[in-house]
Design a protein around this ligand. Structure first.
Ligand code: HPA
Length: 253
């Protein structure tokens, strides 16, 4: 696999690649509104790729207010061939460490009230009932996992992502419930992003970083300074994995 144009969506704690040269940045207006931030064209190892900060710059758009439709549509319009999306998550499974990367293989959507489809009757996109049996692109998943493993980074590959509405974190009882329905990690941003990408036939993968044990999964309550410390530590591995992916699987300019 060689991608000509990769799009990366950065989540909380991952607002860009400060050390990489910025070749271009542009606001994108779509029939669904504006993207969360400018879409940056960055370069690594002689390869260009696009980057978009999901929560805006500065980081201020909450998960339920992100214009997922505009973000994914803009990437499609720009000719992006695949999306790797970064997400901070809480660990439901006690075997997961903080911080640790997880590349989930399944999703459960528990969000509500978000603009979650292009099939909204507006006529802009044909009405479709897309297949979502396997939400993620298998080849890109395997490739990103092998990049992480080659770097000797620990990465969990068998995980179900439960997407909650937020912005509040969950109660301990909600986390117990999510475990009973098969979830291993919990976050607020994979949906409707993953489904919108599927509607536009864009291969999509979530690269998640565990930044806290989920509610009730440790003795402590969840506090922002602890989450921030986990980000700072864990994002080093996320960045290195993405850079390896770009080098190995994207075409040189
Ligand atoms: N729950 C939901 N979303 C999250 C969490 C969590 O514990 N941590 C980071 N994003």
């Amino acid at each position: 696999m060689r991608l000509k144009k990769l799009g990366i969506i950065g989540g909380t704690g991952f607002n860009g690649f400060e050390s990489l040269p910025l070749k271009d940045e542009s606001w994108q207006t779509t029939p669904y509104g504006e993207t969360s931030a400018t879409i940056d064209t960055l370069e690594y190892a002689g390869r260009s790729f696009y980057f978009l900060a999901r929560h805006g710059r500065p980081h201020q758009i909450p998960p339920h207010k992100v214009n997922y439709r505009a973000n994914v549509f803009a990437f499609k319009e720009m000719g992006v061939e695949a999306i790797i999306a970064i997400n901070a998550v809480g660990a439901i499974s006690k075997t997961l460490k903080t911080p640790q990367m997880v590349v989930p293989h399944q999703i459960i959507d528990l969000t509500h009230g978000r603009e979650h489809t292009y099939s909204d009757g507006s006529g802009l996109v044909e009405l479709q009932h897309v297949d979502f049996t396997f939400p993620y692109d298998q080849e890109i998943r395997q490739n990103i996992i092998s990049c992480a493993q080659h770097l000797n980074h620990e990465v969990e590959t068998n995980a179900v992502y439960a997407c909650t509405q937020g912005p509040r974190l969950e109660s301990a009882a909600e986390i117990d419930y999510l475990e009973t329905i098969g979830a291993h990690i919990v976050g607020m941003t994979a949906m409707p992003e993953a489904a919108l990408a599927r509607e536009l036939k864009l291969p999509y993968v979530n690269l998640c970083l565990v930044v806290n044990p989920a509610a009730g999964r440790s003795e402590k309550i969840i506090e922002m300074p602890d989450i921030k410390a986990a980000f700072e530590q864990g994002m080093v591995e996320v960045r290195a994995t993405l850079q390896a992916f770009i080098k190995n699987y994207c075409e040189a300019d």
